[in-house]
Design a protein around this ligand. Structure first.
Ligand code: PSU
Ligand code: MN
Length: 308
């Protein structure tokens, strides 16, 4: 692709021209979501998991104001150690470009960049949504899901959010919420919630076929795949709820709003759970990278009959 603000690694450029299976990976989780050194380890492990499953990882980030797809290991190190990175969602790209900043792309930011490059599958941890603290704090992730045709694999939405409101928004916007081998919408650190998905699918092949059918109708939204955190790392909601409530009250007392809210809540919950939530977070991210890679491979096989 030729675009003045994009820079693709040789591997990603070649893989795109061959139509090989690629999985986009976000980088806000590296720059804002996880502490050091877990963030760098996770970034490397995500890429390795994608490769081990037979696909090609495209970590998306901003370096010196360029939108980059596919980073070298040295660049991953730079991103993970950089103290002054932006959290880049839709409205932040132009600022990062003009000021030549480094930045971690959110789910929304990663979707925009990956879609422009022609990538169809993306793995993340949890999507943003409607916050409990303020009815007007609605993540741009939801808007991006409404308008970007891409398969997004997540572990549900973070339980720090207003989950019913988040699902209502996705319904209004026509975004299918697919449960992978589950009827229940998972709540990130927990496998369970009181909410349901809009469709249950049980294999990567079914998911690839579902996306193809969805887009064949001219619909332009994402297909959101909710893949529950592995059983061994799942934290019961009864255990989490009081801690989420405590972190939420603290955020309101400290008047933490906007982009700073999600990182604050995730950090506090990790402290309150004694690191248990951090372990769940890492496990679900890798689990999602694996499933996304399986889906990308199926889409590659199906591609001959694709009309998009
Ligand atoms: N999931 C994680 N850690 C994170 C995020 C999600 O496990 O750091 C990030 C994602 O990049 C998501 C963002 O897009 O949080 C949502 O932020 P906001 O509510 O400000 O839109
Ligand atoms: Mn927000």
């Amino acid at each position: 692709m030729k675009h003045p603000h994009f820079q693709l690694s040789t591997e990603i450029a070649r893989s795109l021209s061959l139509g090989a299976p690629i999985v986009a990976l976000e980088s806000t989780v590296i720059t804002h979501g996880l502490p050091q050194p877990q963030n760098l380890n996770l970034a490397r492990d995500m890429e390795k998991t994608v490769r081990d499953t037979g696909a090609i990882p495209a970590t998306v980030a901003l370096l010196d104001g360029k939108i980059r797809l596919g980073l070298s290991d040295a660049e991953l190190v730079r991103l993970s150690e950089s103290e002054s990175t932006l959290k880049v969602s839709h409205r932040d790209f132009a600022a990062a470009i003009v000021k030549k900043f480094n930045g971690g792309t959110t789910v929304a930011g990663t979707m925009l960049a990956a879609h422009m490059a022609g990538i169809k599958v993306f793995a993340t941890g949890g999507i943003g949504g409607v916050h409990k603290e303020s009815a007007f704090d609605i993540s741009t992730d939801l808007k991006a899901l409404a308008e970007t045709p891409m398969i997004v694999v997540c572990a549900g939405a973070k339980a720090i959010l207003d989950l019913p409101a988040t699902l209502e928004y996705l319904e209004t916007m026509g975004v299918p919420v697919v449960g992978y081998q589950t009827d229940v919408f998972p709540a990130f650190y927990s496998r369970e919630s009181r909410l349901n998905v809009s469709a249950r699918l049980d294999s990567p092949t079914e998911i690839a076929e579902f996306a193809k059918a969805h887009w064949s109708l001219g619909l332009r939204s994402a297909v959101l795949v909710a893949n529950p955190v592995p059983e061994t790392e799942s934290i019961p909601t009864s255990e989490l709820e009081p801690m989420i409530a405590k972190a939420s009250v603290e955020a309101m007392e400290k008047e933490i709003h906007g982009q700073a809210l999600t990182p604050f809540l995730l950090g506090r919950i990790s402290e309150l759970t004694g690191g248990k939530s951090l372990r769940a977070n890492l496990a679900l991210l890798l689990n999602n990278a694996r499933l996304a890679s399986e889906i990308a491979k199926k889409m590659y096989v199906m591609k001959k009959s694709w009309a998009m």
